[in-house]
Design a protein around this ligand. Structure first.
Ligand code: MG
Length: 170
């Protein structure tokens, strides 16, 4: 495998674990605030990010690349209002999309079609992640300032359950 593509994917393992860490921080913030549904939603989101990290890890291993795990950074966001994690999550997903695109560019440059096909799943996934994150910001802006609206939104987010990623590697 091309070294640059492999290195970027190895970095992405760390970034995905950081995403999981960031979303666990959001979950913890909402738990402190008594919004158990929001806390549940981000705890599940963190599980998805961990799954993404494991997919990159498995892909590299399947292609004979030795994985190096680095330290995970401390979540660096200040959360003051209930809408803050929602806005930060949208910003963060846009950033993750840019990272996936950078890996895709590197794979395309060396005609690494196998990696491009693997990354296609993440390109689609990021489209969904950005939309979901943006929808949550919009929903909060519409209903979050009203106590009944916030209660309903919290209940809706409490209903989220974990599902394994649709991508599996063998
Ligand atoms: Mg991810």
């Amino acid at each position: 495998m091309d070294k640059k593509v492999a290195d970027l994917m190895n970095d992405q393992i760390n970034k995905e674990f950081y995403s999981a860490y960031l979303y666990l921080d959001f979950s913890s913030y909402y738990a402190d605030e008594g919004l158990d549904g929001f806390a549940n939603w981000y705890k599940i989101q963190a599980q998805e990010e961990r799954d993404h990290a494991l997919l990159f890890m498995e892909y590299l291993q399947n292609n004979g690349v030795s994985v190096t795990l680095e330290a995970i950074a401390k979540p660096d966001v200040e959360l003051k209002a209930h809408i803050d994690p929602l806005k930060e999550a949208f910003k963060h997903e846009q950033y993750v999309t840019s990272l996936i695109n950078t890996i895709y560019d590197a794979a395309a440059e060396v005609k690494d079609y196998r990696s491009m096909q693997f990354l296609d799943w993440f390109v689609k996934e990021q489209g969904e992640e950005e939309k979901t994150a943006d929808d949550l910001v919009k929903k909060y802006e519409l209903f979050g300032s009203d106590a009944k609206g916030l209660y309903a939104l919290n209940e809706e987010m409490n209903a989220r359950t974990y599902t394994a990623p649709s991508l599996t590697l063998d």
